[in-house]
Design a protein around this ligand. Structure first.
Ligand code: PMV
Length: 330
């Protein structure tokens, strides 16, 4: 019996310049680049064992057998890795998150980043960070950004094979003194997954082309803001990027409304805090969880404001975190 095992940890990330649209669907090649911050402590830990005695892949998630949909997506990605590595052996995958799954908290980002690293490590495939990021991208686009961590830029690239579409860190976690406060308004799985939401927006929204044009401009400005360590500028761009993405999605046919009442109240509470002098901005992905980007000095006020929003279920305080890493097998 040959057993090849490894385990890896990766953090979720939140995009400050959003990815929402693809130039190649099969390979998750984005229509525009994006920029994100890795969220410590929102982590996925994944262990994998390629086992010649196994007849087929077995996937468990959060201590129980994974749902058929989760298992199918995991196995489809494992097939990409196996093809890459020239391997046909089945695997046992055990994965767990420290946060609600599939609810706009980028669980697919941390999940596929951890799986890409653990699986390649177990198979003895040595990849550079850009190569690993491009591989993780095949599982979920945003996973590309969870490989480098920190403040990461994922370029759209131009190559048909996607080899130039990977994420790289443009700042380390400590370079930007900021906090991200996540409000959980609905911990259940979201009604429409981001793959479908993106496709519907891209194919039916009359605003899609202008959304992509604005995303390209926002990315260049956001990179300059990070280089200047200018949180205010970065926050303004993050807020407008999120609103433009939601604007395009709202205009899809049928329109996509990701927010509930608590989400909208939380966005207003951020604007009210800013009007009163706090350095705080909001963002929100394709789900109902509002996220506030703020200076460390304003973190308590932001958490208190979120706590007062009727319907707010929980609050998670995050800070910029590291890239994916191999961890000891338990
Ligand atoms: O990686 P995906 O396919 O789950 O797409 C993520 C899309 C957004 O979260 C809405 C935006 C982003 O850039 O993370």
């Amino acid at each position: 019996m040959t057993l090849r095992r490894a385990a890896a940890r990766a953090l979720a990330n939140v995009a400050l310049v959003k990815y929402f649209g693809k130039r190649d669907t099969a390979q998750n090649l984005p229509a525009a680049g994006s920029l994100s911050v890795a969220l410590e402590p929102l982590e996925t830990i994944t262990e994998i064992a390629f086992d010649e005695d196994l007849e087929r892949d077995v996937v468990s998630f959060g201590g129980a057998p994974a749902t058929p949909a989760f298992a199918a997506r995991t196995i489809a990605f494992l097939d990409v890795v196996r093809e890459f590595a020239g391997c046909t052996t089945a695997a046992r995958v055990v994965t767990r998150n420290s946060f609600p799954t599939a609810a706009g908290l980028a669980s697919s980002a941390s999940g596929f980043a951890a799986l890409a690293l653990a699986a390649t490590k177990a198979l003895g495939v040595e990849l550079s960070e850009p190569e690993l990021s491009a591989l993780a991208r095949r599982g979920s686009g945003s996973a590309a950004r969870s490989i480098p961590g920190g403040i990461a830029v994922w370029e759209a690239g131009t190559r048909a094979d996607g080899a130039d579409s990977f994420a790289r860190a443009i700042a380390a976690p400590r370079d930007l003194d900021l906090r991200i406060v996540v409000g959980v308004t609905d911990p259940g799985p979201k009604a429409v997954g981001s793959t479908l939401a993106m496709e519907l927006t891209q194919t039916t929204s009359p605003y899609f082309a202008s959304w992509i044009a604005s995303a390209r401009e926002d990315l260049a400005e956001a990179i300059a803001a990070v280089e200047a360590r200018d949180l205010e500028r970065l926050g303004e761009i993050a807020e407008r990027s999120a609103l433009a993405m939601h604007g395009a999605a709202l205009a899809a046919r049928p329109g996509l409304v990701f927010w509930n009442g608590a989400t909208v109240d939380a966005l207003h509470s951020i604007r009210a805090l800013r009007a009163a002098g706090s350095l705080v901005f909001f963002t929100c992905d394709a789900g109902p969880q509002p996220k506030a980007l703020c200076a460390p000095a304003d973190e308590d006020a932001v958490a208190a404001a979120f706590a007062e929003v009727p319907g707010m279920r929980s609050i998670i305080r995050c800070r910029p975190g590291a890239g994916a890493a191999v961890v000891p097998c338990p």
